[in-house]
Design a protein. Structure first.
Length: 283
């Protein structure tokens, strides 16, 4: 690698085991000579390999996705309804405007009032982590931090007693995390037992770690070749397309004189279920 001008940036052992000596198995090679480079090892017990990192100075500005929620800390339902009623009272529905315009005006007024009583705010890093794993309580977060501190002590001093305490603490913490996850989803299924939609959503969350994110259609190319960003035009175009797709595809099928019965296998024996009634069921 060095013959091609690549310089190794990780020079310390990254894998530790109780049975073998420390070894350097994780590498980062870099060929950039005039770029500021900061490489190192992060002392975290995510696996038996210590994570490695490389920081490069770059001029590329990437916009991170901001997760936004409403702050309900000072929300008061009674005051919200009073302000909403005062905002909607002077509004006259009989002005001859269309339903679409009335709906958009209502949404505008509603969002203005809700932003006053429950303003939007960005999620903190800790809140994002809690949303990804909502069963992780504050007590478990504190225990995870203690486990990381114990690992760093073991990494520095290599004391057999500390290592034994760390392994015992890790096993207990792993068991508590499993119990917390089981209890969280048990309560969730009990809460949604009468709602099949939310029940299946919870099941999909358990089976898949990467959920498909829905994306809004901000613009659409119409049949005449023009581009539109009007929500009403986008909705009408999509509705017209999906409501007529069956007919348009059916028109493309060539007519035939062959009956569908020719594709059915002949059945020598068959069974018929007669109709039933409430009296027969309750008998």
């Amino acid at each position: 690698m060095e013959s091609h001008g690549c310089k190794p940036l990780i020079t310390e052992p990254t894998r530790f085991s109780s049975t073998v000596s420390p070894s350097l198995l994780d590498h980062i090679y870099c060929k950039l000579r005039y770029t500021k480079q900061i490489a190192g090892i992060a002392i975290f017990d995510v696996s038996d390999h210590l994570p490695i990192f490389l920081l490069l100075s770059t001029s590329i500005n990437r916009k991170s996705e901001k997760q936004i929620i409403r702050c309900m800390k000072n929300f008061n339902l009674e005051n919200f309804l009073i302000d909403l009623d005062e905002a909607l009272s002077p509004w006259n529905f009989n002005t001859g405007s269309t339903v679409h315009n009335d709906f958009h005006e209502f949404i505008h007024i509603f969002q203005k009032i809700i932003n006053k009583h429950a303003p939007l705010r960005k999620l903190s890093r800790r809140e994002k982590q809690l949303q990804a794993k909502p069963w992780i309580t504050r007590g478990l977060l504190t225990s995870i931090k203690n486990k990381s501190r114990m690992f760093r002590k073991c990494y520095k001093c290599k004391d057999a007693t500390l290592i034994a305490q760390y392994k015992n603490y890790t096993n207990k913490l792993t068991r508590l995390r499993k119990i917390a996850k089981q209890q969280y989803y048990f309560k969730l299924f009990q809460k949604y037992r009468s709602d099949s939609k939310k029940t299946w959503k919870t099941i999909n969350e358990l089976h898949s770690t990467h959920q498909k994110q829905s994306s809004d259609v901000n613009s659409l190319k119409l049949n005449d070749g023009t581009q539109t960003s009007c929500p009403i035009s986008i909705s009408n175009t999509l509705n017209e397309y999906f409501s007529s797709i069956g007919v348009s595809m059916g028109n493309g099928i060539r007519p035939t004189n062959t009956s569908f019965t020719t594709f059915m296998k002949s059945i020598s024996q068959s069974s018929v279920l007669d109709g039933t009634c409430a009296e027969e069921i309750t008998a």
